[in-house]
Design a protein around this ligand. Structure first.
Ligand SMILES: *Cc1c(COP(=O)(O)O)cnc(C)c1O
Length: 403
């Protein structure tokens, strides 16, 4: 699969089988074609590759480690390992594609980066990249998320970005994407729209995946070096799906590695109370691409919820949509409470406070470890939880205070 896989998917029009593509107005289509052509040319140039490699090593602190969780493995069974993207500069995997997108913007002579953000992690990563390259940065964010993710809002401002509050609809990620798109359309020549995940019109799902592939490439090599074998199971949370594609992409060809994508089950699997897009959605179109989609009764993108702001998106990457149909990846859900329990478990047994998004993957790894006590499990710990601590304490309290 692998050798041809990355050449075949997406095809030249940006399709992963029936998913993906670019369902966008003509002005935007021209811009996307320019970005696509530039990406194909520039991303293969020696100069671009060596500059990105140097940034990853000297600025981001890559490679991030793979770590064996002694105490968690003892308690839950199995052998649980973490790919520590929480130790990537800015505390999550998102800087991997932001530095790539911003570097591309620089090569294209753009002056300004525009993006949406949910948990604020993408905004912080992009504001960081903008500061590094000396570009302007404008981040659109739902008002609900602005309150919930206050520390990241402050971080973006300190980094010199402008934060634009979005006050319509549910005031979360989906509305923020709409707003950022609108702003981008006003001046596509001088700005670069930097999507925060493997979503949006072609070429973004491909570009973001390619920039995230470093996670899987490193992890596969590191895991093999540590253990002399490949992991039996690889687990990652799926919001848009970028951290999951990053790690899965290295194992697609390894029949012995089972891949697990974990979606947010929210408070229940009733409409509006979760964001389990692949598990419960149906094919549809959102933000210029086709994917599994949670829809309302009119077929419009539906209401979503998750305790993890970075996971509450009604769509999902087109590549995940294809991998689901091909049965290459198993998708299931973890609910809010399971994620919160895992958040405390890994904090207390390993000294690693995870992002609430990543806690979904950790919770699923516990289930796998209990079910398959001899198995090795590699979890992509997509980010650190500093951004979530106030929210978790306010809403859930400490475990011992409940008793
Ligand atoms: C944004 C975010 C996610 C979800 O995004 P994906 O594109 O699905 O990876 C997961 N974990 C963290 C820490 C995030 O910041």
């Amino acid at each position: 699969m692998a050798n041809n896989y990355f050449k075949e998917y997406p095809n030249k029009d940006g399709f992963f089988k029936e998913y993906g593509g670019a369902f966008i107005p003509p002005v935007l289509e021209t811009e996307m074609e320019k970005i696509t052509d530039a990406y194909y040319a520039i991303s293969k140039s020696h100069k671009f590759i060596s500059e990105l490699r140097s940034i990853r090593k000297h600025y981001q602190g890559r490679p991030t480690p793979v770590y064996f969780c002694n105490r968690l493995s003892e308690k839950y069974g199995g052998r649980i390992y973490l790919k520590r993207e929480d130790l990537n500069h800015t505390g999550a995997h998102k800087l991997n594609h932001c530095m790539g997108e911003a570097l591309l913007a620089k090569y294209l002579g753009k002056k300004k980066l525009i993006a949406e953000t949910g948990a604020g992690q993408h905004g912080v990563a992009l504001a960081t990249a903008a500061a590094y390259f000396g570009l302007e940065c404008e981040i659109h964010m739902g008002e609900v998320d602005i309150i919930k993710e206050h520390p990241n809002v402050i971080r973006m401002k300190i980094l010199g970005a402008t934060v634009v509050p979005v006050s319509h609809g549910l005031k979360t990620l989906k509305e923020a994407v709409d707003s950022a798109f609108e702003a981008y359309l006003k001046d596509p020549l001088n700005t670069m729209y930097c999507i925060g995940s493997v979503v949006g019109p072609h070429p973004f799902p491909m570009m973001v995946r390619d920039f995230q592939r470093i996670v899987g490439i490193e992890a596969r090599e590191q895991f093999f070096e540590m253990t002399g074998e490949l992991p039996d199971k690889v687990v990652a949370c799926v919001g848009g799906g970028s951290n999951a594609m990053g790690i899965f992409s290295a194992f697609l060809d390894d029949a012995e590695c089972a891949l697990y994508g974990v979606e947010p089950g929210g408070t229940s699997l009733k409409y509006g109370e979760h964001a389990a897009t692949i598990t419960l959605g149906k094919p549809g179109i959102i933000h210029g691409f086709k994917c599994y989609l949670l829809q309302d009764e009119k077929g419009e993108p539906g209401a979503v919820y998750s305790v993890a702001s970075g996971l509450d998106y009604p769509g999902v990457g087109p590549e995940h949509s294809m991998l689901k149909d091909l049965k290459k990846v198993n998708y299931s859900t973890i609910n809010d409470q399971e994620a919160i329990d895992a958040f405390y478990e890994i904090s207390r047994l390993e000294g690693v406070i995870p992002a609430l998004e990543s806690a979904h993957a950790v919770a699923y790894a516990f289930k796998l470890a209990q079910e398959f006590p001899k198995t090795s499990i590699l979890v992509n710990l997509s980010g650190r939880g500093d951004k979530d601590i106030d929210f978790v304490i306010d809403k859930y309290g400490l475990p011992e205070d409940k008793k």
